[in-house]
Design a protein around this ligand. Structure first.
Ligand SMILES: *Cc1c(COP(=O)(O)O)cnc(C)c1O
Length: 389
């Protein structure tokens, strides 16, 4: 089995399973969990994680962002319900119908195109009706025009309405006033649909990770768990106590060079760091080409031999330097932890997000294809995904 030395990410599938059970404990048994695994599972790998969730009966299916993401899950043998959260271009409808992948629907044009495609294929197309309760992104309005849309969708025999959903814009903030307002618009609309249209089998869903943690009443028939699956937090403001989550991804490298620098030496492009005393400096073969943010220049740190080694100078595309003056025994080949734990120290995606002025979601998604993902269970490697093969 190939061994990776330059840079690799380890994904702990046991921690992933523990996160799911923790989420299940918070959500309770009345609502199903939809695993949001768009953008290749927020960079962690959609297929290996979906494989773990296939066996969990409380996970009812998966949400993705594009039809292609759905196709690659089906190709890998994933069988539970899959639907696309955003807009789907009509050219993908026929294949989605054949592969039982649902689409978000929210315009009359979509209904007729979807019904047309379903008629041509000879099978129903699954849809989730998107409702705009305040995000102003996609969705029908929760008013008379929306009711009319729901009636038309129901009347289309080629369409199977699987769900009706909305999305919160501010559920991750301490002040829940606007999330609550969105929720009450959604539940009033849901009640009108139940009373006036029926649709008893259709599942209503709105809760994202932040709402799962902080707004128990929003769980309805199903919740859409995204960032918390990966042990990451939707924001600093949500409840971090009652749902025990662990980050599932660690990022590692090895020191490739160590040198002693005298005072007055500049380090990396632009000479933005200058030694004021003699220093020991290690070179690490990772850079923004791997998705390690350049904004960490002169700010971030890595863990080496259980200690923090501050980043010196600019992050290059493929390399950067760190201060190991205070860390004895560092040499070519010493393990470097860029994200994760080493001894008593840890570096989280949230810390790097805050330092780099980016966002933990964004950091996870941007982890590069040059970084192989190694999946471990009970400490053993069970799968490797190497995008460069
Ligand atoms: C991405 C997304 C989610 C998941 O959001 P998290 O904050 O990661 O839980 C849920 N619903 C929709 C519509 C989304 O686009």
């Amino acid at each position: 089995m190939a061994y990776y030395e330059r840079a690799w990410a380890e994904v702990d599938l046991d921690a992933f399973t523990r996160n799911l059970y923790a989420i299940r404990k918070t959500v309770g048994s009345n609502a199903g969990i939809i695993g949001v695994i768009k953008t290749d599972g927020y960079g962690h790998g959609a297929v290996p994680l979906a494989r773990e969730m296939e066996a969990m009966d409380f996970v009812t299916g998966y949400a993705v962002a594009t039809a292609q993401e759905g196709f690659s899950l089906r190709k890998a043998g994933i069988r539970k319900e899959i639907f696309v959260l955003g807009y789907t271009f009509p050219s993908a409808y026929p294949e989605m119908i054949r592969q039982r992948i649902g689409a978000a629907a929210f315009t009359e044009q979509m209904l007729s195109d979807m019904a047309g495609a379903a008629g041509a294929v000879g099978e129903k197309m699954q849809i989730h009706i998107a409702v705009d309760t305040g995000m102003s992104r996609i969705g029908i309005r929760p008013d008379d025009s929306g009711m009319e849309f729901v009636r038309r969708a129901k009347a289309c025999s080629q369409l199977e309405i699987r769900g009706i959903f909305t999305h919160f814009a501010e559920s991750d903030e301490t002040d829940k006033a606007r999330a609550n307002a969105q929720f009450s618009r959604f539940t009033s609309f849901a009640e009108r649909i139940r009373n006036e249209v029926g649709l008893a089998q259709v599942r209503f869903h709105c809760a994202n990770s932040a709402a799962i943690l902080d707004l128990p009443e929003t769980r309805l028939d199903a919740v859409r768990a995204g960032i918390i699956l990966y042990g990451l937090w939707p924001s600093d403001e949500v409840d971090h106590v009652h749902t025990e989550l662990e980050p599932i991804l660690s990022l590692y490298s090895h020191v490739i060079y160590v040198k002693e620098l005298e005072a007055g030496r500049e380090i990396s492009y632009g000479g933005t760091f200058r030694t004021s005393a003699p220093m020991r400096v290690a070179t690490i073969p990772v850079g923004y080409g791997d998705g390690y943010p350049r904004q960490l220049s002169n700010k971030g740190a890595v863990l080496i031999r259980g200690k923090r080694a501050p980043i010196l100078g600019r992050i290059c595309m493929d390399q950067f330097m760190a201060d190991v003056t205070e860390i004895p025994g560092v040499e070519t080949g010493t393990l470097v932890t860029l994200i994760g734990r080493d001894g008593g120290e840890k570096i989280t995606m949230e810390e790097l997000g805050a330092l780099s002025g980016r966002f933990n979601y964004e950091l996870a998604c941007c982890l590069g294809r040059r970084v192989p993902r190694i999946y471990k269970k009970e400490g053993k490697i069970v799968q490797i995904r190497d995008f460069e093969e």
